[in-house]
Structure formats: structure tokens, C-alpha cells
Design a protein around this ligand. Sequence first.
Ligand SMILES: Cc1ncc(COP(=O)(O)O)c(C=O)c1O
Length: 400
Amino acid sequence: MIDPNRKITVHHIGDEHKELLYKLAEEHGTPLFIVDHQQIEKQYSEFTTRLPNVQAYYAVKANPDPEIIKTLFDAGASFDVSTMKEFNLVYENIKDMPEKERLDWIKNNIIVANTIKPIEMLEELDKYGPLLTFDNAEELKKIKAHAPHSGLILRIRVPNTGSLSELSSKFGADPSNAVNLITEAYVMGLTVEGLSFHVGSQCVNFENYIVALEMCSGILKEYYARTGQKMRILDIGGGFPVKYDNSVKSIRALAVLFNEELKRLFPPDILVIAEPGRFIVANACVLVSKVIGKAVRDGKTCYYINDGIYGTYSGLVFDHISYPILSFKESEETKLSSVFGPTCDAFDTLTLSAELPDLRIGDFVYTENIGAYSSASATLFNGCEPAKVLHINIDRRSID
Ligand SMILES: Cc1ncc(COP(=O)(O)O)c(C=O)c1O
């Protein structure tokens, strides 16, 4: 868990921007989830510029808003999807392409990165033949029976040390069994086109990536030694960290490391792909909510706001992250306060240690860097409507 008391010193919105947020909240109502499409384009461009030899598949799970997908599609992104619903969100953008072009696009630009897929989904996907990941023999049997025309990527288990969201206990084949699994697939008449891994989301320990790359390189060498065959694709997954605070090293440093290691460990003709989610959307969204209640309990001021842990702040639970709640009011004098969400559940506690000026009912508060794994996992618990989404800096049509 990120320390809720930490000071956030990066990506703070400037005064001008703050004024705009305030106006938008006044105009559109709260809770308001503001998505800045220019920032999404900037993040995508930064990723692809820093890692010029890596094809970026946006991980739709981070934020599946169709407008975000459209912006990234227009920017030239590929997509990582986990379910048929996510697949269809991407498909919406290509549905009018001529058939051959559409099928080629799917093959070259969609990866189904959930290693466990229901049979019904495999049956639906088979006609498209996208890349599918797998990490066990039972899944291979399902794929052979229900989606034999897909290209396969074997996901291996790699260290997730220090990452915000740990994935290695649920996914990934034991690296020592990788070549056996690939061979098993070939015996079944399936094609394994490459290897993938995920170092855990918000990976701040870059050593995880280095170890994972070395593991993949070792497997590819062992596979070549045993079969004389090469693999075409290396999928370096997600995990690219967002600078929620200054302790997080920039993508620049990671990219330098990556570019060196990729050159050192892999043949130049291997296709390297990645599945960034958080990095693309986290700092492109701000949430503005309103104080709807105020009480003093045991001497401490408690604010109740109109979005909470069952809504856009769901990342507090599912993403293991603590979001600072900030005031628009300029005041030297602040008090240690608690902030709660709007539901009847005491679990709906956003923080017990926000430094806030004296707020009144009706005042707005905001949270930055809340674009990833936030609205994506919001619920409708207690009849609370999800925050209204407002798209800004989008040139396809006017705002809202
Ligand atoms: C298979 C897979 N790929 C990509 C991602 C995106 O990761 P991130 O948002 O850390 O970039 C995830 C996130 O859980 C994932 O499970």
C-alpha cells in the first residue's frame, strides 16, 4: 500500500488548470471524472518514443472507456483485451474495415492477455485468430478444441518484487517447464509464437524486468537448442510505473535499460510488444467530488463526499493505492481530517489523514492521477450513480 500520508509533488495541476476543473465541475455537476485526451496521446507518444522498437498494446482493463480506446486507436495503438466485452470495444473501431484488412488488423494488433479463457470466448475468437496467451496444459487443450487458429504466447512466471499489484501467484508457467509446454503445443498442432511475462503493476523495481528478460532469453535459447526452432515474439507485459510521487523513477530510465537489454539478449528480428495500461491513462484523469456532509467525531473533522470506495475510488481496494484528496481552497491553515464516501458502509473510508482546510458543505475536492483501475472497477452499490465522465481536449467532437 502506498503511504496515504506521503506528499505528492509531481503532476500537480497548475492554478490555471485548477480553475478550469472547478468551472467544469460547476457546469457539469459532481462527481465528475475528467479525461484529458491530449494527455493520453502524450503518454502513448512518450511510451512509443522511448521504446521505439516496442509495439504498444494498450491494456483495456486499465480504463475501458470507448473514447479512450478511440483516441488510442487513432494514435496507432494495438490492444490487450481480456474478455469478449473488451474485444468488442476495440472491434467497434474496425468494424467497417474490409474483411481481409480487419482480420489482418486483429491478428497484428490484438492480444488476449488473460491466460484463462472461457470456452465460449475461445469459440467466438476462433474466427478472428488473435494472439492468445496461455500458461498451462489444460488451457492448451481448450485452445486446441475451441480456438485452434490462434497464435499462442506462453506467459511465464517472473518476480513481481515490490510491485503495487502482484500477479505472479495467479498467472505464469514455471520457467523450468516452459520448453515442455511449448513442445506439447506443437505436438498438438498449435503454434506458439512467443513468450510473455508481467512484472506486476506499477513496477518500481526495475530489476524485475531485467530478471524477466534474462529468463525469456534463457528459454528461447533452450528451445532453440532442443528443437532448432526460433520464436517470433517477446511480450514484455505491463507494469510501467506512473510517477504518483517523486520516489518513482521515470520511464526514461527504464527505457534506457530496456533498449540495452533487448539488444544484448535477443535477436534483432524478434518482434517486441508490451501491454501498458496504467502508464497510458493514470495521469490523464482527475476526479472532482463535492462535500455533502461534515461532522466532528472524537474531535476530528470528518468530511463526506459524493464519490467513494464503491465508486471511482475503488482503486483503494482493488488497486491497493491511496489517493490524496485535495482542496481547491488556498489556505495556510489545514487540519488532519477524515474523508468518507457517500455509502452507508464504514468501509467506505477514503482516508483518515487528509490535511485539509476548513471545508463547507458544497465545496469541491479533487484527486489527480486517478485514470487507471478506478472507474473501471466502480460499482453501483447503495444506488450511487457512477461519476459523470467528461472528455476534454478531444478533437473528434465538442466537449461533453
Ligand atoms: C496481462 C496483463 N497485461 C497488462 C496489464 C496492464 O498492466 P499495467 O497497467 O501495470 O501496465 C495487466 C494488468 O493487470 C495484465 O494483467
